[in-house]
Design a protein around this ligand. Sequence first.
Ligand SMILES: [Zn+2]
Length: 96
Amino acid sequence: MLYVIVLIPVLALMIYGVVKMTRKAKGKVETSKVIQMSSYQSKKKTSTNTNANTQACSFCKKKQKKLAFYSDEEGRVVGVCSDCRPQAERRALMRL
Ligand SMILES: [Zn+2]
C-alpha cells in the first residue's frame, strides 16, 4: 500500500511535467505560426497594393484588369470579367 501512495504523486508529477513540456512546445509552434502568418499577410498586402489594377474574376478566377461588379443573391459584391458577364446577367444579378 505504501508503494502505491508513493507511486501516485511521482506519476502525477511525471504526467504534469510531460503536459507542461508539450504545452510549451505547442505554444512555441503557435507563436512561430503567428509570426509567419503576419509576415505572410503583410507580404500579401504589399502585393495587392502593387496589383491594384488586376483583380480576380469571382467566377473564373482569372486576373482581369476590368471587372464589372454585381451584387449576388446573398448581397455579396462579385467582380466579373467580360467573359463571365453573361453568366451574371443570366443569374439576374444587380449591376453595381
Ligand atoms: Zn471570369
